[in-house]
Design a protein around this ligand. Structure first.
Ligand SMILES: [Zn+2]
Length: 312
């Protein structure tokens, strides 16, 4: 497990409110053993009846990420869309695990559970996965399981952002398995995926997004120094940029999407703060590696505050 970071920065203080929705990179929802794959049990009538809704969710997920790929024409996005289409293998949640519905004929399949409300009655594990303040998508590496929740809770473009985020994790893990329970490795992977998310959100939002981001970075810098701290010593709170984000991306569907978009802008701002400034607020002269360390530490702080990573 990771000890203290090599730069000696402390991010224990939080300045202002932090209301964060993280891209579904949550705790494992159960021990891997609970997800043994079952294919040999007869299907009940109500299970058969749920299959079209699950297939529709998978189709909607593909449509949303394809729309973003068409908009951006970005090689990495195109690759992730192809990876999802080729490898996402639909499963049916069952009390003892899940039943595979699609043919397992890809090179690197991962399981895709598109949840419906009825899944909450299967057992406590699935009930927890359906309910609560969960992200729209998550990926659990040990069982190669991606979960998609109610996609109606966000607009298509933001569903796509979070599905692509999780597909990035799935691709990284399936191509080169890593120790995802090691804190440092977890943080470095999150850092890479958030850099990707920042890049595509900036392209989707265009110049007005970049202006909002710039304003936020300036505000964060001021917040840190107004508190008598230095850059890296405080984690400025999440911004209230909803009206501005509505102008950039269109109205959010609900409060959940508002929070998700603000969290995304906030994390992007924190990374920019590290890229631009040294601890005294001057232009940063740090190496790329040192900046990565600082960003990984930021990830660790955020994921600890949100109890995704255990607090020591
Ligand atoms: Zn993630």
């Amino acid at each position: 497990m990771n000890g203290s970071n090599s730069c000696g920065l402390i991010m224990a203080l939080t300045l202002g409110v932090v209301v964060v929705v993280i891209g579904g990179c949550s705790h494992p929802i159960s021990p891997a053993s609970q997800f043994a794959v079952k294919t040999d049990v007869p299907m009940a009538a109500d299970e058969t009846a749920q299959i079209p809704a699950r297939r529709e969710m998978k189709a909607a997920a593909i449509k949303s990420i394809e729309e973003v790929a068409t908009k951006l024409n970005d090689p990495e996005v195109n690759e992730l869309v192809a990876f999802f289409k080729q490898n996402a293998t639909l499963v049916l949640p069952r009390p003892e695990g899940f039943r595979v519905l699609d043919a397992l004929n890809s090179e690197r399949p991962f399981y895709l559970a598109c949840l419906v409300p009825e899944d909450s009655s299967l057992n406590e594990t699935w009930a927890q996965s359906v309910s609560g303040d969960k992200a729209v998508a998550s990926f659990q590496p040990d069982v190669r399981l991606m979960v998609l929740r109610d996609q109606k809770s966000m607009t298509s473009v933001w569903n796509a952002v979070y599905i692509l985020h999780e597909t990035h994790h799935a691709r990284d893990f399936l191509l080169t398995p890593y120790d995802w329970q090691d804190t440092r490795t977890f943080c470095m992977k999150e850092l890479a995926v958030h850099e990707f998310q920042n890049r595509i959100v900036a392209r989707l939002g265009g110049e007005i997004y970049k202006a909002a981001l710039n304003d936020e970075v300036v505000a964060m810098r001021k917040k840190v120094f107004d508190s008598g701290l230095k850059i890296g010593q405080g984690l400025p709170g999440c911004p209230d940029y909803e009206a501005r984000l509505d102008r950039i991306f269109g109205p959010a569907k609900n409060e959940y999407e508002q929070r998700a978009r603000m969290s995304s802008l906030w994390i992007h701002g924190l990374f920019e703060l590290i890229d631009r400034y040294d601890k005294n607020g001057d232009d940063s002269t740090k190496s790329q590696d040192a900046k990565e360390e600082d960003k990984a530490l930021t990830m660790k702080t955020i994921y600890r505050q949100n109890e995704v990573l255990p607090n020591p």
